[in-house]
Structures are given as C-alpha cells and as structure tokens.
Ligand binder design. Sequence first.
Ligand code: WTA
Length: 650
Amino acid sequence: MGDTSIENLLREERTFPPPPGFAAKANAQPDLYAKADADRVGYWMEQALTRVTWVTEPTVALDDSNPPFFKWFTDGELNITANCLDRHLAAGGDKVAYHWIGEPGDKRTLTYRDLADEVARFANGLTSIGIGKGDRVAIYMGMVPELAIAMLACARIGAAHSVIFGGFSADAIIDRVEDASAKLLITCDGAWRRGATVPLKDNCDAAMESSPTIEHCIVVRRTAQDVSMTEGRDIWWHDLVAGQSTECPAAVMNAEDLLYILYTSGTTAKPKGIVHTIGGYLTGAVTSHSLVFDIKPETDVYWCAADIGWVTGHTYIVYGPLANHTTSVMYEGTPDFPEKDRLWSIVEEYGVTVFYTAPTAIRAFMKWGTEYPERHDLSSLRLLGTVGEPINPEAWMWYHENIGGERCPIVDTWWQTETGGIMISPLPGVTTTKPGSATRPLPGLTAEIVDTDGNVLPEGSGGFLTIPEPWPSMLRSLYGDDQRYIDTYWARYPGRYFAGDGAKLDEDGYFWVLGRVDDVMNVSGHRISTMEVESALVSHPAVAEAAVVGAQDELTGQAIAAFVTLRTGYDESKELHDELRNHVGAKIGAIAKPKSIVFTPDLPKTRSGKIMRRLLRDISDHRALGDVTTLANAEIVQAIAAHAADYDED
Ligand code: WTA
C-alpha cells in the first residue's frame, strides 16, 4: 500500500463517525481511554477483578522485576474453563454456546450445559489415559466442536494444548510435537473441504512414525473414511468418553501457569512456540472481546469466521466468546461450498449480528460479486470486523456497503499471535473510523512508531511498530527458548516489544499498519516465513539453491514467489515446477505452495554473496529494477526478469 490517490481520497474525505444509535448503547464509552491512561496497571487490575472469576483473587497486577519476562496477576489462582463454562451454568446453562454447521450441511447446537458436560467427560477421559497438569497435548483437527472441547478439556485438568492448523502437513506436525514434547495427539479421521475429505489421521500416522514422545492418539469420527487404528496407541474419541462422568473438578491453576503454545512463523525455518499463560491472557481476551465486538450476551449471535488453528480462533472463537457467555456460530467448511453465498446464507439463517473475517476473504467476496450477498437478508448484522493483514480502502468500502448495509461500524483489528488479543482497533460506538486504518491502541494498551535507531517518531511519520509497555495477554516467552524470545522481540529496541510490522502514524494519531518488515510473508492472512519455504525447496534433490519473496497479490495480499537454481543433471520443466510446488505442500502445507517458481541459472547476489531479495521482489511485482551495480552477477537479473512468467499459476 503506497500513498495511492484513492487512499488519500478516502483518508481525506471519508471518515465514518460512530452511528449515534450504536454509540448510545455501546459497551465502550469515550472516557475509557482517559481512565486507563490515568492508571494503566490499575485499569488492568480492575478488568481482571471484574471480568474474571478467581479461586484466589490476585493482589499484584504487573510484575516487571525481570524484563522482558513480564508477569501479570502472579498470586491469582483460577481455572479458565470455570470462567468459560461453570460460572454461566446456574443462570444461563440453556443458552447456546455454539451453533455449529458442518460443510455437508449437518448441524449441531451445543448449549453451555452441553459443552460443560462434554468437556468434563473428555477431561475425565484424558485423566484416564494419564494426562495431567503440566503435560502438553497436540491437537490437529478440522473445525468441529470437539476441537474446542479438546482445548477446554486440557485446560480443565491443567494440561497445555498446542493446536496445529489442520492444513499443515505431517512434517509440520513432527516439528511442533517434538518442540513441545507432546505426549498426546488428538485428531479426526478426516475433515470436509469443498465436498472432499482431507486425511487428518493419515497425516498423524505419518507424523507419529517420527514422534517418539506421543503415547496416544485420540481420533474423532467425522468423515467415516477408512483409517488405520494402532492397537494400544490409537483410541476413538467416542470410546474414550463412553461412560465418563459429566463431573470433573477444575484444576486450580496459578495465573502464570502455561495455558497453551501456538506455533507461528518467524524469520528462520524453525517455527516459534508462542507461550500464553492463563490469567493475563483471559483478562485480555474477555476485555477486548467485550469492548471491540460490543458483545451483548442476551441478544448477539457472534461469528468469527476464522479457523481455531490460528490465534484468532483461540481468542475469539473459544476463550473470549465463552468467557463472555456469547452465542457463537462455528462453521466447518469453505465460503464457496456448495456455492459462493454459503456464509451469507448462514448469516441469514442464524440472524448473525457480529461478523469477523479477514481482508483476503473480503477481496474474494468482492471478486465473486454482489449477487451472492444480495440473495440473503443480512439486516441482522450490526457490527463487522477484520483481522490478519492490512485492509485496502476499496475492500473496506465494499464490506461497509455490501455486507454492512452502510449501517455497521467496522473494526479493523491489528494484533498478533504474540499479543494474544487485539491491540489496535476502533471501539465501536466511540471511534471515528477511516478505511484502511486500525485507528488507535485500545484503552490500557500502548503503541509507538520508531525509526531504525529506536527514536520515537511523531504524528505524520512512518517507521517500525513497537509496544513500549507490557500488557496482560502478551506472550511470556518462546517455548523452551528464552534467548530467542529476547533476541526476536526485545533486542532491536531495548525496552520495547518489536512487532515486526511497519506502520504510519497520521496527523490524528491513527495507525496505518503497512505489513511485515522482516522475512515473514502474509499470504491470505497467514504468516509464512521465506526461510521455511526456502528450506522446503532445497530439501528436494533437484534444487541447489532457492530464494523466496512475498510478491504483491490482489487477492491474497502477498503471494509466494520462488526463484530456484537446479543441480546439475536436472532440467527445468512444467512437471518439475509442479513437483516442487507439491513438495513444499507436503513439507509445510498447501498454504505454503509457491504461486510461482522461476528457474534461473544463478541468483542475484552481492559481492559478499548475499541474495538480493529486493531485486527479486521488484521482478515479482513487475517494477522497474533499481540499482544493480553492487551485484556480482548483474546480467542474471535481466535473464530472470525475462523468464519470470514462464510457469505462473493462476
Ligand atoms: C498482520 C493474526 C494490518 C501483521 C491475529 C501482524 C495486520 C500479523 C492486521 C500477525 C491488521 C494482523 N492490519 N496487518 N488489522 N492484523 N496483521 O500472528 O503483519 O497470524 O504482524 O495474528 O498479521 O499475524 P498472526
């Protein structure tokens, strides 16, 4: 996103004040910012004491005695599932927690009582096979209610979950299971995707051959496809829960005990295990979910259309909504199956009031055309949200007009796996929005733009996005690697959390997040490291060297562009091109398949041997090539550019 004229036009002329009717009833009120500013840590203590139910209330809010290892509510004790389930049962057990819709059209409704019972039965099942406090449990499933049940059951007994997105490959499971030394793997026989099934259990079988720490694999029956069950190791979910009691005491946990690990891509090939603990994470989740989505538990039907395999699903499908006693929609499949109006038909059928999705999905809806939303009555919607990547103003306007009927505020929410919850976002009913800007940090949170030397920049500047003060739902470390935690987030600007994003701050103090400034790509809102794809490519016998960059893409934000040199004895061909794409798919997952692979006799390198990614980016974006005088092999650049479109995928 540059300073295109449309962006300027929208920024100058189109601002959207909060609709008065909305503002009058909003959960968030304008004085919240000043209140939080006056006593930031006290504000968080108040949120923790009023929004969270504790076994032992904390007396300490922030412990900053050992930065950057910040702790929150350290003497508090609680169980997160008591907050998500038990405390709602007496007066609201019959309320629907999830309206679940399977891709083939099957449906399930789980009330809070149903969910509590299922969680207890499965938690007792976990205990019966020796899982307990402090153990790590890997979960690799499709979007079925059992995924949320499995996470909550782990939390019930004090085990930590590590959810692995169901689109990842067997190799990706191995890495994550090994890093966390997980004892248990929970999966499904398969998952539905566009009318076909994805073989989840087969992938687990392949992974378990190289995962010695896994003692058992629990399998949910979902697609009825054939799977092999290894005697003594593999257990059907329905067998494990059969006869289990619906009573399971909630383990009393310290606020700083491990809740979950979630792996995300960093700038090296090895994914980082982001560590979240219980008390601060829950405080951040329950507060932001209530304020940003203006949740009214009695009347709202809320739908976060993400996958639970990503942090958005953890915080805004599972923990935040349940802690706020929300009725949610959960959908298993893709938005275009069986037709491109699937999401809108669900909105109409369930009367969805709050809808949260990613810009890449909105751009796909735009491309498909307005006929699909027009088939349905979307008048129940009152608030829309986006997350995962910068939203271009055109997509924002389309969403506003065609989904929101020009009446729904839009919350563009900036945050990360590391931040645990939303950091920069409008407060609906309070904030005047500008298409393309996530606006301001939420009350109690801070953000600043700095230059390369770490100087804080004033309004009207662009630079690196940092967070100068600790916040409750922040990551605590990288699992098993405190040093990498320091190096990645705190070393570049001492005393500040470095987010890895570039951003502009406008004259009104609004943040415009531009995207990653490191070697992490953002493809359809998914983080993928260039190094991860490069190392997958060079693990193929035909590949000598590979360089990967994120190219601009109208639909997916960035697309993966790979440049490959072949070993002697291998020749380029369409077949090899396809084989390499599939190889990356098998190594990481389909989301990491390069959109284009250019074969080249050499890669452009500086005289010191560094690959010039900037040039490769220019080539991928069809930009005029910049200065090549520092190159050792300048002529190669022209050759690559001439070659670039040979095997482009659509
Ligand atoms: C990007 C997803 C612009 C950003 C919750 C960040 C965004 C990365 C926005 C985190 C937004 C997320 N505007 N960019 N509203 N939201 N991003 O960890 O580059 O999967 O660093 O967390 O997504 O991705 P992650």
